[in-house]
Design a protein around this ligand. Structure first.
Ligand SMILES: [Zn+2]
Length: 210
């Protein structure tokens, strides 16, 4: 995982300086067609940006994770009580989608959009596995790893549909249950992530370029 520390020290949420005891992780999707995480970091890292502040953005083009708040800082990410308990991370979205109203969008290049969604999904799995280990969290336990949408149905977050709205409309097949299982699997057995055994590749005669 490419983790880039980029703390938004000018955002009023950072300067408010409140800490939380981390009890869970909330997954978001930005809700606009901007794959470039640094655009968000630059826009949000201002004293007059009072709308929101999250702990990280995952870049849609590279999968890099920009950490924008200390993990145990109280974020302004959920629009509800989950701010007091959960770390919030945004996945950036493809440039080739166009929102038409609410959470609905059209997509001009499905293959590219799916590749962006896969890149951010995979990076989120890795990041959440790292954070679950760091804070001793079980991603399969009820309410620990949740989406913004699930946070709303639990009464802990504002009324948003992310990130499932993106996954569903792109036909990715991703679900939060699958995501939680992937995080658990990525945590491996011990203190360090277990690498899968290296398969012995059968030696094949190399084709000679003629
Ligand atoms: Zn959200």
């Amino acid at each position: 995982m490419n983790l880039i520390k980029s703390i938004m020290t000018k955002n009023p949420c950072y300067t408010a300086g409140r800490k939380i005891t981390v009890k869970g992780l909330m997954l978001h999707s930005v809700g606009c067609c901007q794959p470039n995480a640094s655009v968000f970091v630059n826009n949000w890292n201002r004293p007059d940006y009072k709308n929101a502040c999250v702990h990280g953005f995952i870049d849609g083009n590279t999968g890099a994770v920009y950490q924008t708040l200390p993990w145990n800082h109280r974020g302004w990410q959920a629009g509800g009580a989950a701010n007091n308990t959960h770390i919030g991370v945004e996945m950036c979205e493809p440039a080739c989608i166009k929102y038409t109203g609410g959470a609905n969008f059209t997509c001009s290049d499905l293959a590219t959009a799916k590749a962006v969604a896969a890149r951010t999904y995979n990076a989120a799995v890795e990041l959440f596995a790292m954070l679950c280990k760091e804070y001793g969290l079980d991603p399969l336990k009820d309410g620990v790893v949740i989406s913004h949408r699930e946070g709303h149905s639990r009464g802990l977050a504002s009324n948003h549909g992310d990130p499932e709205h993106l996954w569903n409309q792109l036909g990715t097949g991703y679900t939060m249950d699958g995501f939680r299982r992937a995080v658990k699997a990525a945590m491996g057995g011990g203190g360090v992530a277990l690498l899968p055994p290296t398969p012995k590749s059968p030696s094949r005669p190399r084709k000679r370029a003629s």
